[in-house]
Design a protein around this ligand. Structure first.
Ligand code: SAM
Length: 249
């Protein structure tokens, strides 16, 4: 079965997720030892969607994250380019759209917020995708990105980076139908920028007030930012910052 390369060819990425779609939710829970649920809760809190708001959950996969956000009363749509992933989540009662993050089929300024969880690392060009996200969000709207990141405790960081490539594919042999895909997962995690570097990418893509929060010791980070309103009085000159404590609940 197929796996994508680190050039993140969109066709290969979509095929790879089609291939793991059936067991995705279960494998994800096993591989994260159930932490995925907690990370999703934190994403919902930071997204802070209100009833009546329109939220785009990009790279939503089986829409497991979308239903979490929809519980707030906001209108949430799941978008993903893997039909296999969307079909696997067909039982989840949220609207779903087949869409490539690099060219979204939505009008300018049509959402109050956009969010991506564990998806942006797979995009061919994350910075261009962040610009595309800014296009579809209204001025003053938010982006929240939940993604694997760099552990903050240095000795653990060393072990994590060194053995990740070996351990993840090994465990996946027992729980996934496509262990090759988990080799890609480990490689893409190892080469993904750390919290600060990714914050700078978000800012370069045109978002402001960029901040991040470490979850589970930095294994995962939540970045959030705001789309500029164009009003010079509210224009932020801040650099990306880690404004929050490194302590999940
Ligand atoms: C690891 S899954 C995450 C799914 C879900 N957000 C979650 O938290 O469980 C990554 C998803 O990103 C999607 N994806 C990757 N590149 C994409 C792109 N360019 N456009 C749309 N979806 C994309 C894949 O199809 C896959 O469903």
């Amino acid at each position: 079965m197929s796996r994508a390369g680190l050039d993140k060819n969109p066709r290969e990425v979509a095929e790879m997720f089609d291939g793991v779609a059936k067991g995705y939710d279960r494998t994800n829970s096993v591989m994260t030892m159930g932490f995925d649920r907690r990370w999703r809760e934190w994403s919902r809190r930071v997204l802070d969607a209100r009833p009546g708001e329109k939220v785009l959950d990009l790279a939503a996969g089986t829409a497991v994250s979308t239903v979490e956000y929809a519980a707030t009363g906001a209108w949430c749509v799941a978008a993903d380019f893997s039909l296999g992933m969307l079909q696997t989540g067909a039982h989840r009662q949220v609207p779903k759209v087949a869409a490539d993050a690099m060219r979204l089929p939505f009008a300018d300024d049509s959402f109050d917020a956009v969010t991506v969880s564990f998806g942006i690392r797979n995009f061919h060009d994350p910075e261009a995708a962040l610009r595309e996200m800014a296009r579809v969000v209204r001025p003053g709207g938010r982006v929240v990105v939940c993604e694997v990141s760099t552990p903050t405790f240095r000795p653990f960081r060393f072990v994590y980076k060194r053995y990740l490539l070996w351990i993840l594919p090994f465990i996946s042999r027992f729980v996934s139908s496509n262990p090759e895909a988990y080799k890609y997962l480990a490689e893409s995690m190892r080469t993904w920028p750390d919290q600060r570097e990714f914050g700078e990418i978000v800012a370069r893509a045109g978002w402001e007030d960029v901040a991040w929060m470490n979850l589970t010791g930095g294994l995962v980070a939540l970045h959030r930012a705001t789309k500029p309103t164009g009003n010079p009085a509210t224009k932020s000159t801040e650099k990306p910052t880690d404004k929050t404590a490194d302590k999940p609940a």
